[in-house]
Design a protein around this ligand. Structure first.
Ligand code: UPG
Ligand code: MN
Length: 711
């Protein structure tokens, strides 16, 4: 019986392809128009010619972005899984190591991190096949204390969930509106037990918070520290106490790698590689579930769902990972900043899934451990000289040869193993090895996961995407302009940097084992900031033209004017065809589009510029912003009401204000001119473009002002 099913999305695929054909004709026409007219300028040194060249460049950037984007619309698919068709016994399921990452308790509230840990421990998967690791990149004593407390709580929580078939296995979510369905009356016992467990949860929370607040346990990041590995719960020890099925607990391990101020640590990528090694000699599961600390498990059977792909003999040999979407529990209906990044998770990932597979999104994916060490179907070169690639640990090298991760359940984890694990988590261990290059997560890009996934696809690995109705994982999104923008700047800078490196999708990717259409998709993502140049030019050239009396579009009576109008409408329709069928309305489309325009001339543009400047001066920013997961209630209220919050956006305000003012003045001057001369034919194109920007600005201003009034 089939374990999974893949369907090409119809009729949208046919519509996309027809549109592709139609739109490419218009684009070609526009290129012809611009190029043929550029030759008519008597001198290239006039302002008029300059304006033409600039607007042409702007149009070219739109066309190139559109062209790359077609890769993501070529063959969108949706997948379905049938976990009930898995025939093997539970004891034959492959083991999974869950890796949870945290870095800073100030930005990542410890109790929330523990909720993620507990939700992972509570996955509906045979406990002896499950191990949960917390990589604490902050090395914070309070986090260690909290995980011990959390483990104690889990001993009550897991049996409770299992006994009553609770689906919402993240305690915090269970006691929130998210868990409403699970809290309905089951029987009298349930009511009593629920009350009790709630008290226990509050007690746990209280213990952690008071330990931190009273200063009894240090809640600070320790930037200069030795490696530390501690087994919090050894499932083997428990077996001896003959735990019954309801109360069995998975292995739980706390890891904090060595950090030294003068040593490069490579952020999450570095932490992940250290954890790969440590977990390799402890449980060495063939599959990994990777979770950011704010992404808790919301569907206990997600692991079984992922296995519907990994156990499928047709897919499995080349399948590196199964990606789930990032779904955020705090997205509001209007979502003014488009924090849910709809285009990525609802369009592009499905599109790439139909080619070679979705992007590795950093969290919520089930990865084959071996994929980080080898290429599919090739002789394993790295195992010929393992020390050069993997470093000197014999124990770790032996783990590579192990028969697809026989979890070592026979023995209790020994002190010697922990000692070795500590060595594997030192800074020096990676010296002179291939970690961060050929092996493990790549250090070549700050978006370690996306880029590592890209390299996996280059090696010929595939991936699949599963978007179930009930979110398998839920995370928390930033809810103000500053939070979302800084995330965007970080991502765009990293992607652009990858696009400008020698490993870019157009040269390196095309020559690799990656499929051609897949290369286009990656080019779309890595050169997305190019598009923002198009936006910036469109936000500045037509309006400046109005001020200086320079015409950049054909006259209304010129048939070419119609071509521009058609191009505009066609672009908007393409855009709508993505967001509206995905449960959206014209309003949701507009919110998303407006967000893109605002971010396009600010965060995305600056992120791209940052990468270009760094490329020219030859440095790479060593600072990386950690997204804030401690959500401010006031900010959340504003966001939920659809009111913009620009506080703290800093330099991003400069382009936003400049382009707003420029278009407003240009528009007024243009209108004035029309009134005086009674002729509008030659400026209408520019007036339309400017008014479009003015319209965006006005709708934003209305939102801001109306909020000031009510608050
Ligand atoms: O030095 C660091 C920095 C971050 N993290 C952890 O990495 C995760 C992601 O960091 P976050 O600031 O939340 O990044 P986002 O921008 O929200 O996340 C996206 O982008 C990141 C790359 O910048 C990816 O690592 C993430 O998986 C992806 O979800 C968090 O759990 C952090 O605790 C570390 O372990 N060490
Ligand atoms: Mn995050």
């Amino acid at each position: 019986m089939e374990l999974n099913k893949c369907t090409v999305q119809q009729p949208i695929t046919t519509i996309y392809r027809l549109h592709m054909f139609f739109h490419s004709l218009i684009m070609l026409a526009l290129v012809y128009y611009r190029l043929s007219n550029l030759f008519y300028f008597e001198t290239v040194l006039s302002l008029h010619a300059l304006a033409w060249v600039l607007i042409t460049l702007g149009e070219v950037s739109f066309i190139v972005k559109w062209f790359f984007g077609q890769g993501t619309r070529w063959r969108p698919v949706v997948r379905d899984v049938f976990p009930e068709h898995i025939t093997c016994k539970d004891s034959q399921l492959p083991a999974i190591d869950v890796m949870v990452f945290t870095a800073n308790p100030k930005k990542e509230p410890i109790v929330d991190v523990m909720n993620t840990v507990v939700s992972a421990m509570a996955l509906d998967y045979p406990t002896e096949k499950l191990a949960v690791y917390l990589a604490d990149d902050g090395g914070c004593p309070l986090t260690l204390y909290a995980i011990e407390e959390a483990c104690g709580f889990a001993k009550l929580w897991l049996p409770f969930c299992r006994k009553y078939g609770i689906k919402t296995r993240c305690p915090k979510a269970f006691f929130s509106p998210l868990g409403e369905d699970d809290r309905v009356l089951k029987n009298d016992d349930f009511v009593a037990e629920q009350k009790e467990i709630k008290l226990k949860y509050e007690e746990f929370q209280q213990n952690v918070n008071s330990a931190g607040e009273s200063g009894r346990i240090k809640g600070n990041v320790e930037p200069d520290r030795a490696p530390f590995v501690k087994v919090i719960n050894d499932s083997k020890m428990e077996k001896e106490k003959s735990a019954d099925d309801l109360s069995k607990m998975p292995l739980l391990v706390y890891v904090s790698r060595e950090r030294r101020p003068h040593r490069r640590h490579h952020f999450k990528g570095g932490s992940a590689n250290a954890l790969l090694r440590v977990s390799g000699i402890i449980s060495n599961a063939p599959y990994l579930l990777v979770l950011d600390c704010d992404f808790f498990c919301h569907d206990p059977i997600s692991a079984r769902k992922a296995m519907c792909f990994h156990l499928d003999p047709n897919l499995s040999p080349s399948l590196a990972y199964v990606q789930f979407p990032q779904v955020f529990y705090n997205v509001s209906k209007s979502d003014i900043y488009d924090v849910k990044i709809r285009q990525a998770y609802k369009t592009i990932w499905h599109g790439m899934d139909g080619i070679q597979g979705p992007v590795l999104s950093g969290t919520g994916y089930f990865l084959k451990r071996k994929a980080l060490y080898t290429s599919p179907g090739l002789k394993d070169e790295s195992l010929r000289s393992p020390e050069k690639h993997f470093g000197s640990s014999r124990k770790f090298i032996a783990s590579l040869k192990e028969n697809n991760g026989n979890i070592k359940q026979e023995e209790v984890i020994s002190e010697a193993t922990i000692e070795e694990a500590r060595t594997l988590a030192t800074c020096a261990y990676e010296d002179g090895t291939q970690w961060g290059e050929e092996i493990g997560y790549s250090y070549n890009c700050h978006l370690e996961s996306t880029f590592t996934g890209y390299l996996l696809h280059c090696k010929g690995w595939t991936s699949t995407y599963l978007y179930p109705e009930r979110p398998s994982f839920l995370g928390c999104a930033p809810v103000d302009m500053q939070g979302f923008s800084s995330q965007l700047v970080k991502w765009v800078a990293a992607l652009t940097q990858a696009g400008l490196s020698h490993l870019n999708p157009l040269t390196y990717g095309m020559k690799s084992r990656m499929r051609t259409v897949q290369c286009l998709c990656y080019a779309y993502l890595m050169y997305f900031s190019l598009y923002s140049w198009g936006m910036v030019l469109h936000a500045s050239v037509p309006s400046t033209g109005l001020l200086l009396g320079i015409q950049v579009y054909p006259e209304v009576y010129d048939p070419w004017f119609a071509v521009y109008v058609i191009a505009f409408i066609s672009t908007i329709l393409e855009n709508m065809s993505e967001s509206i069928p995905e449960g959206g309305s014209v309003k949701t489309w507009w919110m998303e589009y407006r967000a893109l325009m605002m971010m396009g001339v600010s965060a995305i543009w600056l992120g791209g510029c940052k990468a270009i400047i760094e490329k020219i001066i030859g440095t790479q920013g060593e600072k990386l912003y950690l997204s804030d997961k401690a959500i401010d209630e006031k900010k959340l209220k504003k966001y939920e009401k659809g009111k913009f919050d620009f506080q703290g956006i800093g330099i991003l305000a400069v382009p936003l204000i400049t382009f707003s003012v420029l278009n407003l003045i240009g528009f007024l001057v243009g209108i004035n001119q029309v009134i005086i001369t009674m002729k509008f034919g030659d400026v209408l194109g520019q007036l339309l473009v400017s008014s479009f920007f003015v319209f965006v600005v006005i709708t934003v201003v209305i939102d801001v002002v109306s909020f000031l009034k009510v608050s």
